[in-house]
Design a protein around this ligand. Structure first.
Ligand code: ZN
Ligand code: ZN
Length: 165
């Protein structure tokens, strides 16, 4: 593969993963996968969550892609590189910046702050119904997310923690 093909493959994998993460989070984690995702949405003081099992599953699929990719298809190997890169970005943003599992620094300005606000608003709902901001790297304006939460609450589509909106 040429460097252009490699770059395009990794980039499309990265972008595709944000789309995949959004869809999987909304329809799997907040759907039939709620049994594993639930403890991520409830307060606790444990170091690990059942929700971390999703990372194990996706990591295993990613590892299988490297194996098949190295044996049969170059592009699949590079596609897997994009997935790994996304995983690193995801965990730095989600587990690092938002949930403070790695460090305690909280961004006070810029896009990093917006990412944290957007995901905090994802955690503003109680239970699996409704909710906003299912992606992790692309975040909408927090004011718009708050307005959407309010609308969901008024329509009876979500249970929202009062302090959040
Ligand atoms: Zn969630
Ligand atoms: Zn979270």
């Amino acid at each position: 593969m040429s460097w252009l093909e490699i770059t395009l493959t990794v980039l499309s994998s990265l972008i595709g993963m944000e789309v995949f993460a959004w869809v999987a989070h909304k329809y799997i984690m907040h759907g039939w996968g709620w049994g594993w995702h639930r403890d991520h949405h409830e307060p606790h003081d444990k170091a690990l969550e059942k929700n971390d099992l999703f990372a194990v599953v996706f990591g295993t699929i990613n590892a299988a892609m490297y194996i098949y990719g190295s044996l049969y298809w170059d592009w699949l190997w590079w596609f897997a590189v994009g997935i790994t890169l996304y995983g690193v970005i995801y965990t730095l943003v989600h587990d690092g910046l938002v949930h403070q599992r790695y460090w305690r620094w909280v961004p006070r300005k810029g896009y990093a702050k917006r990412l944290v606000q957007a995901h905090k608003l994802h955690h503003a709902t109680i239970g699996k119904e409704g909710g906003v901001s299912f992606g992790f790297v692309i975040a909408r304006d927090p004011a718009k997310l708050k307005a959407e939460l309010k609308a969901q609450k008024e329509a009876g589509l979500a249970v929202v923690r009062d302090a959040q909106i």
